[in-house]
Design a protein around this ligand. Structure first.
Ligand SMILES: [Zn+2]
Length: 260
């Protein structure tokens, strides 16, 4: 089978049981080090529950990423711009980032916006988005060219996906394969993501579980230092400097609910 990222010939790496019933072949491309399910026909069955029941890390992951992204945007991007959490799930991340003072919006055709209602983003609007976030999304792509849809919205993307370890783990040795829910079908190594960045004339950076494609050139030492400071609490200072939107949004939404 041809690699869905670089087009080179990919070879069968292993067979695994998906949803406890389907024996599926996984292919690996030696050229760009991308591992993928050959023909994922079971996805509809997999997505009957959009956020799988075993995802106990949902809140702690969002808090962690909000802490890092707050600092990244403040120091490297136009902090007064508009931002989008693509495939934003229940709206947890959008709300957290608005609480930290950033004009964040939500979009997700497969989920209900529970926490950031009123801040939906219409992709067709073409409104300029300074930077887009996409957490735990890339591993769901049937075809990695789906990245192009994101790049059409913004050329700056911060995302998370677990990088494929080397050597490639056996099917029963890596929880991230998620064969029991069958939603993870694309696994990237650093080389795969570098390949995608080069193909799109973008720079690629990766640190502390976050990856980014961006037009900007970022000093890696500055990046690591700022992320370390973020973990130590720099995000709180940024929040004070930005001015939280928690109360402003409350006033805005109350007015919208009461036309008088
Ligand atoms: Zn490849």
């Amino acid at each position: 089978m041809k690699c869905k990222v670089c087009g080179e010939e990919a070879e069968i790496k292993f067979t695994a049981k998906i949803l406890y019933k389907y024996d599926i072949e996984y292919f690996f491309c030696r050229n760009c080090k991308y591992l993928f399910a050959g023909n994922p026909f079971w996805l509809e069955e997999s997505y009957r529950r959009p956020i799988n029941l075993s995802d106990t890390g949902l809140l702690s992951r969002n808090q962690y990423f909000a802490c890092l992204v707050t600092v990244l945007i403040y120091f490297f991007f136009n902090k007064k711009g508009k931002f989008l959490d693509y495939a934003g799930g229940y709206g947890v991340f959008t709300r957290l980032m608005r609480d930290n003072g950033f004009d964040f919006y939500w979009n997700d055709p497969f989920s209900t916006n529970l926490l950031a209602a009123g801040f939906e983003y219409d992709i067709k609007s073409g409104d300029k988005i300074e930077l887009l976030t996409a957490f735990e999304l890339f591993e769901h792509f049937t075809d990695p060219s789906e990245t192009n849809k994101l790049l059409a919205i913004s050329r700056n993307i911060i995302f998370s996906t677990q990088l494929l370890p080397e050597p490639i783990p056996e099917p029963d040795k890596w929880w991230y394969y998620g064969f029991e829910h069958g939603q993870h079908i694309s696994f990237y190594s650093k080389e795969t993501l570098q390949f995608i960045a080069r193909k799109n004339n973008l720079n690629f950076y990766s640190a502390l579980g976050l990856h980014f494609f961006t037009e900007k050139r970022i000093n890696r030492i500055k990046l690591y230092l700022l992320l370390m400071f973020a973990v130590l609490g720099l995000n709180r200072l940024v929040r004070i400097s930005m001015g939280s939107k928690t109360e402003k949004d409350n006033v805005l939404m109350s007015r919208r609910e009461n036309p008088n």
